[in-house]
Each structure stands twice: as structure tokens, then as C-alpha cells.
Write a protein that binds this ligand. Structure first.
Ligand SMILES: Cc1cc2nc3c(=O)[nH]c(=O)nc-3n(C[C@H](O)[C@H](O)[C@H](O)COP(=O)(O)OP(=O)(O)OC[C@H]3O[C@@H](n4cnc5c(N)ncnc54)[C@H](O)[C@@H]3O)c2cc1C
Ligand code: SF4
Length: 561
């Protein structure tokens, strides 16, 4: 028997000035800025941050080469305060890979905005842990292990008034267990949603307030990453290397990143744009294959992989930015999609957006306002530093999608040069993205099957072994958090039409089609493996999968991703 909401005890409720969902760079920047402003004004302010990971940083996965402009404006003395960003970029390398060789593109061809000098290489997970400490020191209440699972609306439904955390201790069958604990309501004058790419509450807000009306569909990539400890003689601290081309074909967008930092550490990753067409493509296996390229494999000889994970990255950029504000709240950072795609950077904009939202919310609270629209935040994002970063690169992704990797990158380069010379105006046009990513997939009958090489266990690994390096853990006896609108679709539609691509796009082996040969295939969801990348919610061709938050604290436990 499922639990009946009406029969449950009412939830406890707590009031705050500002409630923030997500302790990533955007959410924590907002919290820090709010407290800085309150201290300057000698005013009491209550701010709470909810984070679904077991600790701050546990669910953060990024490259990361970090443009310090966000941090500089939030905490100008971050260097002397011990922020964990110590490796400065020394060398930029951009490669075009063929199956057996590589071509280094001369740096002078790159528009200046692509230059990484002045940036830092590090772990965004570690940086958010540090930001979490700064926030706590300023008096922010940071609650890791608590997922915001429900939006609270005003009685007439016109404004957001807070969020509720999920009930804990509910069994897989929906029945409360002995450990059952009721969720909690956190009510705020303003609620800031900083859930990162494809946030589950953000998705609902976008639909409820029609935030994406009038903008292009959001675009995404899936980013897979490993951290390696390599031999000192192979380590080149400060080297930033990107590649495009092999193993992807010219029609499939994506590429690799490889950053040398810290004590013999290398962050190696691969992004596949989720508008790929071939349902047989496996982003995970493309990543593994990439590492075997003769220009790449030697770096890892004698080294060991110490961490693995995956996360969706937003790629829609300027033309996909939804309306950011609604009565009672706002979308911050990658919940709205603020990645500069050719630079593969979004953390600086996440911090800047958090800061801007905090300034708008603080001014509103000082004016005695609540639950209304923070228009000043939207204005700042659309006219300030974030706009100056995103606008000049707005055509790169559509050009790449339309003309394929090789021509698309060349045309994107020309477009970025035009925008550099003609100050963000460029040739004057803004290209559209067209259809959402899930609609790009082709019927299996017309697609080429792809045979991937078997992993060798030294340089390349099978999915499940790698998932064990993500520290992923969920309470097994809880409702499945990957909700199928129609449980029949994976076998009745997705399997015959698209060879059920979930088996391949999921980087954690969550989805399996079990076929015992008796002609009765079964769809199995191994929810406990989920690394919260959100790819299934984006790419399922039938849009039948809805990712909702599992119990707080579940999911990956990334050490320093
Ligand atoms: C593979 C990859 C490589 C990248 N490389 C770079 C790079 O080199 N440089 C760079 O600047 N950027 C890079 N980015 C982009 C960058 O990581 C993002 O722009 C940035 O993380 C966005 O910050 P955010 O705070 O908006 O979201 P996130 O960093 O995603 O943080 C969101 C947080 O909210 C939490 N959360 C989500 N929903 C809930 C909920 N309902 N309740 C409670 N908590 C919740 C999440 O667990 C997470 O901790 C990369 C991204 C990827 C995927
Ligand atoms: S189930 Fe979905 S969100 Fe979880 S790891 Fe797989 S694709 Fe990512």
C-alpha cells in the first residue's frame, strides 16, 4: 500500500530570507554574496543552501580550467585565502585527431577569447568545498544530504514560496519503512534554483512559468571524465590540451580535454554533443577509445585511474537562455545554461550569476519586498559580463551542428574572429539551434552499428568497474528515481525503433534490456548505479524518462572532480 499524503503528519516548516537549491558554484556564490551584503549593511539575514550530495562537492564534475573572473569579483583575495586553485595554465594545445595521427592547430589562428593564459586548472569539486566553507563562515546554513524534491507555491499558484525536501525512509514499493522521516518545508522571501544542467525542479519551473517560450531549445553534451595519477616524467603541469575529430565521425559533435595539474594529476575527459544521430553510439566507449590514440595513450603509461564520473553540460548558450526570473525566484548558473561552449567554461558565469541574483534579492529584501520578480537580476545577466562572454560565441554550436566538425569549427573560428573585431556584433546574425537533442536520433534501421573494442583493464575500462571509481551509492530500498511515464515504451517503442539507446548513452550502466532469447525482452533499471548526469532525461527519444531526486545523500561521492 502506497503512503497517502493526506494521512501523513504535516511537514515542519522553517522560514528564511533566501532559500538556495544546489551547492555548486552558482548557489554558493549567491549565498556568500548575500552574507557579504548583509554584513556591509549590518543587517541580519537568514540564508539556507540545500545540496543533494552527501557533502558539498560530492556531485560536482567539471574539467576544469577555471577563468578566475567570477572568483575575482566575489572574493577578490581568494588567492591569499587558500582557494584550491594553484596550477596556472602555461600552455594551450589544440589538436585535430585522425585515426593514426594528429595535427596541432597553430595558436595564432585562435581568437583571443580562446586563450587560456591567466586561467587555473583544478577540481571544481574542491573549489566548491572551499566555497562551502566560506559560506558557512559567513553564517550561511549549508545542508548537504538534503535534496529539494518539491516546489512550494503560493496559494493562488502565482509565486514560488520555497521548497520541500523529500521524505526519507520510503521503501521501493512506496510504503514508509521504520526509518521514515517526513520532509521539511523551507520557505523563503526568494528561492534561488542553482541545480546545474537539467535540474529536476528547474524543469518543472520552466514548464509551469513557460520560461523557455521565445528562446531556442537548450542543447546539451554528455561529459565523461577520469582523473589519473601519472608518472612524473609524463606530467607537464599547466598544460591544457583539447582535441576534436577521431574517434567521432565528422557528423558527431564533441571532443576531448586533457589538463595537467597538481601533483602528477591529469584530468582527462570527453564530451559528446547530445544531438548525435546514431542510436548505436556509446559516448562512454568513444571516451575509452579516445584514450588509445597514439598521441594520447603514452601519457597514461605506468599511471593509474583514480576517479571516474559523468555529467551533462549545457551547450545552448546565449540563444537558449530562458527567462531567468519568476515571482519568488530565479534560475542561476547552468540551471539556466551559461556555458561558453567553445571555451568549455561555465563556472565563472555560474559564480557571476549567483552574485548578481544575490544583489537583486538583497536589494529587494531591503525594500521590504518578497515573492515578486527580481528584474534587476535578469537585466544584469542580459547586459553585463555574462552577456559579454556568451554573445560573441553564440553561433559556434549551431555552425558545428549544421556543417559537421571540421567545417563547423573553421566557420565557428571565423565567426568568433568577426565577433572579436566587431565587438560582439560579428556578422550581425544569431543562428538557431533547431530541434531539441532527443529529436536528433535516427531510426536504428537506417543507422550503422558500431563495434567497440574490449577494454584492456589498464588504459580502458568497462563501465561498471569505472562506476566503482565514482563512489556512487544509493539506499537500494527506495522508489526508483528514474520515472517512466509509460513503462511499456522502452520495449514497445524504443527497442524496435531505436535499439533502446539508453543502454548505451547512460554512462553508468543503469539501463539494460534483458533478453533471455525467449522473445520476451525486459527493461531493467539499476537505479543504484546512477551518477546523476541527467543524460537519460535529455536524450530519451520518447521523452519518457523523468529524473527526480532520490533520497538526499545518494549518488556519486566524487573525491575531487
Ligand atoms: C565534463 C565537463 C567539463 C567542464 N569543464 C569546464 C571547465 O573546464 N571550466 C569551466 O569553467 N566549466 C566547465 N564545465 C561547466 C561547469 O562545470 C558548469 O558551468 C558549472 O558547474 C555550473 O555551476 P552550477 O553551480 O550552475 O551547477 P553545478 O556545478 O552542476 O552544481 C549544482 C549543484 O546543485 C545540486 N543539486 C541539483 N539539484 C538539486 C536539488 N534538487 N536539491 C539539492 N541539490 C541539488 C547538485 O548536486 C550540485 O552540487 C564543465 C562541465 C562538464 C560537465
Ligand atoms: S540513469 Fe540517467 S542520470 Fe543516471 S547515470 Fe544513467 S543517464 Fe545519467
Amino acid at each position: 500500500m502506497e503512503r497517502n499524503e493526506a494521512e501523513l503528519a504535516p511537514r515542519d516548516s522553517m522560514d528564511f530570507d533566501v532559500v538556495i537549491v544546489g551547492a555548486g558554484p552558482a548557489g554558493l556564490a549567491a549565498a556568500i554574496r548575500l552574507m557579504q551584503l548583509a554584513q556591509e549593511a549590518e543587517q541580519e539575514l537568514s540564508v539556507v543552501v540545500l545540496e543533494k550530495g552527501s557533502e558539498v562537492g560530492a556531485h560536482i564534475l567539471s574539467g576544469a580550467v577555471i577563468d578566475p573572473s567570477g572568483l575575482d569579483s566575489l572574493i577578490p583575495d581568494w588567492r591569499s585565502k587558500g582557494a584550491p586553485l594553484t596550477t596556472q595554465v602555461k600552455k594551450d594545445r589544440f589538436l585535430y585527431l585522425g585515426a593514426a595521427g594528429e595535427l596541432a592547430l597553430p595558436n595564432f589562428l585562435m581568437p583571443p577569447l580562446m586563450n587560456n593564459h591567466g586561467n587555473y586548472i583544478g577540481s571544481l569539486g574542491d573549489l566548491t568545498r572551499w566555497l562551502g566553507e566560506q559560506a558557512a563562515e559567513l553564517g550561511v546554513e549549508v545542508y548537504p544530504g538534503f535534496a529539494a524534491s518539491e516546489i512550494l507555491y503560493s496559494e493562488d499558484g502565482s509565486a514560488v514560496v520555497g521548497v520541500a525536501t523529500g521524505d526519507m525512509g520510503v521503501g521501493r514499493d512506496g510504503v514508509p519503512k521504520e526509518s521514515f522521516t517526513r520532509g521539511m518545508e523551507l520557505r523563503g522571501k526568494y528561492t534561488l534554483f542553482a541545480e546545474g544542467a537539467r535540474g529536476s525542479l528547474t524543469k518543472q519551473l520552466t514548464a509551469d512559468f513557460k520560461l523557455d517560450e521565445g528562446c531556442q531549445p537548450q542543447k546539451y553534451g554528455i561529459g565523461l571524465k577520469e582523473v589519473w595519477e601519472i608518472k612524473p616524467e609524463n606530467h607537464q603541469p599547466g598544460l591544457v590540451q583539447h582535441s576534436f575529430g577521431w574517434p567521432l565521425d565528422n557528423k558527431t559533435g564533441g571532443g576531448s580535454f586533457l589538463y595537467h595539474y597538481g601533483e602528477n594529476l591529469v584530468s582527462v575527459g570527453f564530451v559528446v554533443h547530445l544531438n548525435y544521430e546514431n542510436p548505436y553510439l556509446s559516448p562512454y566507449d568513444e571516451f575509452q577509445r579516445f584514450k588509445t590514440h597514439p598521441a594520447i595513450a603514452p601519457i597514461f603509461e605506468g599511471g593509474k585511474r583514480i576517479a571516474y564520473g559523468a555529467r551533462a553540460i549545457t551547450e545552448g548558450g546565449w540563444q537558449s537562455l530562458p527567462q531567468l526570473v519568476f515571482a519568488g525566484g530565479a534560475l542561476l548558473g547552468c540551471a539556466a545554461g551559461m556555458v561558453n561552449v567553445p571555451r568549455i567554461k561555465g563556472s565563472h558565469n555560474a559564480i557571476l550569476s549567483g552574485k548578481a541574483a544575490a544583489e537583486a534579492a538583497f536589494a529587494a529584501i531591503q525594500d521590504g519586498r518578497s515573492h515578486d520578480i527580481l528584474a534587476a537580476y535578469e537585466e544584469e545577466v542580459r547586459t553585463g559580463a555574462i552577456a559579454r562572454d556568451l554573445k560573441p560565441v553564440r553561433n559556434v554550436k549551431p555552425l558545428w551542428s549544421r556543417f559537421g566538425t571540421f567545417a563547423g569549427i573553421m566557420l565557428g573560428g571565423i565567426d568568433m574572429w568577426a565577433n572579436t573585431i566587431l565587438k560582439g556584433v560579428g556578422f550581425g546574425y544569431t543562428l538557431k539551434h533547431g530541434k531539441p537533442d532527443y529529436a536528433a536520433i535516427r531510426r536504428a534501421a537506417s543507422a550503422r552499428k558500431i563495434e567497440y573494442p574490449k577494454p584492456d583493464g589498464v588504459l580502458t575500462f568497462d563501465k561498471l568497474t569505472n562506476v566503482s571509481f565514482s563512489g556512487t551509492n544509493h539506499e537500494e530500498d527506495q522508489p526508483v528515481h528514474l520515472r517512466l511515464a509509460d513503462p511499456n515504451i522502452p520495449i514497445s517503442v524504443n527497442l524496435p525503433e531505436f535499439a533502446e539507446p539508453a543502454q548505451r548513452y547512460c554512462p553508468a550502466g543503469v539501463y539494460e534490456v534483458i533478453d533471455d532469447g525467449a522473445g520476451d525482452p525486459r527493461f531493467q533499471i539499476n537505479a543504484q548505479n546512477c551518477v546523476h548526469c541527467k543524460t537519460c532525461d535529455i536524450k530519451d527519444p520518447s521523452q519518457n524518462i523523468n529524473w527526480v531526486c532520490p533520497e538526499g545523500g545518494g549518488g556519486p561521492n566524487y573525491p575531487s572532480m
